[in-house]
Ligand binder design. Structure first.
Ligand code: NAD
Length: 327
């Protein structure tokens, strides 16, 4: 197949080349959106990532250009208008679970960094400041952690929390019975958030979960709780969360994703003026830690993403059942 790969970085190229099962791949640095959709001409498939835009307009151009397959090299698919793709006869495949450990471990990294302030200690010591002032954290042992969404990543995250001796509360529209048997306490969203010292989001971005964390739900939080989002930026109403940080209702915030990340993440703006005032405000807080959607970014995950993407493509070519098809 001739495949146009959008939003490519050198690391995508490295892993996709290594596991290519014989397809002709063109690596494009630009994201897929309404301005770039025409570049799909002459290809059979497009391979895309989390911030590529696949709305009805883009899909129509892809269809006119003869694209039959969209290969998502990620799990989340909130950026694809699945209904329109189906109507245009374009199959959409994804990598549903490449390495839940990669994201779950990153969520724990954010918690430990925010809590024990190792990022601040690192900078202090380099400047000859060996003081412990304002570095005090809390034991995770015996603390209540609320896990919102206990699918592949949430479940793995629960296993990690178990190792730390946390009390685990969870909210999911489809509770996992093995987790319940293992002692995870399922409840309503309100019950799950109540008294939690840490809240970690692991549900997908859907209409029903858009701005799940807002001024209304922040009221259920224990004052001073920590919020972690490694799922999708749209789960959080950013302005409300900033207000929560200002009042102290939210004690700290760890983000690997951000609602407007498509205009920022994966690129270097170190010499530019950031125009997004919400992220600029977030960066200014001493108790906010932001990473640039790197939860997935481990060697193991990149290998699995490449391997499963080519399995999806090969199954399509062989007219076999597409086990990772969406819609
Ligand atoms: P999954 O499909 O295995 O699990 C999602 C869980 O959320 C399911 O148990 C589902 O029942 C639950 N859920 C659905 N709607 C819900 C709702 N309204 N309220 C509560 N729970 C709900 O997905 P996963 O592999 O665990 O991934 C979770 C999310 O993590 C993905 O959707 C993606 O957005 C994100 N992700 C982020 C990165 C990263 O690099 N930061 C990498 C991979 C995935």
């Amino acid at each position: 197949m001739k495949i146009a790969t959008f939003s490519t970085h050198h690391y995508d190229e490295q892993f996709l080349n290594e596991y290519n099962t014989g397809h002709e791949i063109t690596f494009l640095k630009v994201p897929l959106n309404e301005q770039t959709a025409s570049l799909s001409k002459g290809f059979d498939a497009v391979c895309v990532f989390v911030n590529d835009v696949l709305n009805k307009k883009v899909l129509t151009v892809l269809s006119q250009n003869g694209i039959k397959l969209i290969v998502l090299r990620c799990a989340g698919y909130n950026n694809v208008d699945i209904k329109s793709a189906g109507a245009l006869g374009i199959s959409v495949v994804r990598v549903p679970a490449y390495s839940p450990e990669a994201v779950a471990e990153h969520a724990m990294a954010l918690i430990l960094t925010l809590n024990r302030k190792t990022h601040k200690a690192y900078n202090r010591i380099r400047e000859g400041n060996f003081s412990l002032e304002r570095l005090m954290g809390f034991n995770l042992h015996n603390r209540k952690v609320a896990v919102i969404g206990t699918g592949s990543i949430g479940k793995t995250f629960c296993r990690i929390l178990n190792g730390f001796g946390c009390k685990i509360a969870a909210f999911d529209i489809d509770p996992d019975e093995t987790l319940r048997t293992a002692g995870v306490m399922y409840g309503t969203l309100e019950e799950t958030l109540a008294d939690a010292d840490v809240v970690s989001l692991h549900c997908p971005l859907l209409e029903s979960t858009h701005h799940l964390i807002n001024a209304g739900t922040l009221k259920y939080f224990k004052p001073g709780a920590m919020l972690i989002n490694t799922s999708r930026g749209g789960l959080i109403h950013t302005a409300d969360v900033i207000e929560g940080l200002k009042t102290g209702q939210l004690g700290s915030l760890g983000l690997d994703v951000y609602e407007q990340e498509a205009d920022l993440f994966f690129r270097d703006f170190s010499e530019d003026i950031i125009q997004d005032d919400l992220i600029a405000r977030l960066i200014s807080f001493p108790n906010v830690l932001i990473t640039s959607h790197q939860g997935f970014f481990t060697k193991e995950a990149m290998e699995q993403i490449a391997i499963i993407s080519f399995e999806n493509i090969d199954a399509f070519v062989a007219n076999e059942e597409l086990v990772n098809k969406i819609g």
